[in-house]
Design a protein around this ligand. Structure first.
Ligand code: GLU
Length: 309
């Protein structure tokens, strides 16, 4: 446990947040928008920002993506105070958390494939709910097994800084903390890192809203203090589809190369968050005075700034 985490109960911990990009592709407007908000909140509160590269999945990691992500953050002026640290160099932390969960009897080996889980899951669920097939032993012990965490009967709820109340019990099913290819899963790594790195506030896109109860269950199981959460609506492309890293046109680097200025981009992003009254170009300095207590809750549709269209 890091220093910041350990002293957390003795005094009110200093605000610490993180940028946690996965180096799987280019930084796009959605990441920039979320990280702008995380950065402004940290700066307004006198806090610190940690840069953490979430590179556990080497197969999805793209050559040069990390350098490009760092460069894009720098160009936007979203400077970080610590890091970058890489998850790929922190696997000892994840292994020791997993062995703790094992000692507590809170994980088990699971041989089910993704397809098998999808086939037995109730059709109305948004995402497959694991029915607990391997809870008392792997159904196919001859296969390579993943490791699943036993979700409490009622999963934790929480109150999000922006998204409001997320009721307990909404997320169901035991989830994977270590994959059958032996990679530590995002859910475990993110909890271990945020706790060990003393993160007090997580600002991220709201496609991770339903991951939060899973993470809260892990914090509780490991006896760790959970941060607060602020989930930010996604940015949609002009067609209304969610932005993906392959949407190169919405990439920060592409926009920069097309002549879009940092101030133009900040103006668009801040307006889409509801922080400013117009899309006029603006600077980080000006935005430091913005009221961050509420943001616009609808997913944002951002067109390409003129210079790039
Ligand atoms: N690495 C994740 C992403 O790039 C973010 C995870 C998080 O913020 O918890 O989408």
């Amino acid at each position: 446990m890091g220093y910041a985490g350990r002293v957390g109960f003795l005094m009110s911990p200093i605000h610490r947040t993180r940028f946690a990009p996965s180096p799987t592709g280019a930084m796009h407007l959605g990441h920039a928008r979320t990280h702008l908000l995380a950065w402004l909140r940290a700066r307004q509160l006198g806090g610190r920002v940690l840069m953490r590269i979430e590179d556990l999945d080497r197969q999805r990691t793209r050559a040069g993506a990390e350098e490009a992500l760092l460069r894009d953050h720098e160009w936007l002026g979203l400077e970080w105070d610590e890091g970058p640290v890489r998850q790929s160099q922190r696997t000892d932390f994840y292994a020791s958390a997993l062995s703790e969960l094992r000692d507590l009897g809170l994980v088990y080996a699971c041989s089910c494939t993704r397809r098998e889980v999808a086939a037995v899951s109730a059709p109305h669920e948004d995402e497959p709910v694991y029915p607990g097939t391997c809870r008392s032993g792997p159904r196919h012990p001859e296969r390579k097994t993943a490791t699943r965490f036993r979700m409490p009967d009622t999963s934790p709820g929480f109150t999000d800084i922006y998204a409001g109340v997320f009721e307990p019990g909404r997320v169901r099913g035991d989830f994977i903390v270590r994959r059958s290819d032996e990679l530590f899963a995002y859910q475990l790594a993110v909890v271990v890192d945020d706790a060990e790195q003393g993160v007090t506030e997580v600002v991220r896109a709201d496609d991770l809203l339903s991951s939060t109860p899973r993470q809260l269950a892990l914090y509780a199981a490991l006896g760790l203090t959970a941060p607060s959460f602020a989930h930010v609506p996604l940015v949609l492309g002009p067609t209304g589809a969610r932005l993906a890293k392959r949407d190169g046109a919405m990439g920060i680097a592409t926009l920069r190369e097309a002549g879009v200025t940092r101030e133009q981009l900040l103006g668009r992003l801040a307006f889409s968050l509801g922080l400013t009254a117009s899309e006029a170009p603006t600077s980080l300095d000006e935005l430091l005075g913005a009221d961050l207590s509420t943001i616009r809750r609808e997913p944002a549709v951002i067109d390409l700034p003129e210079a790039a269209s």
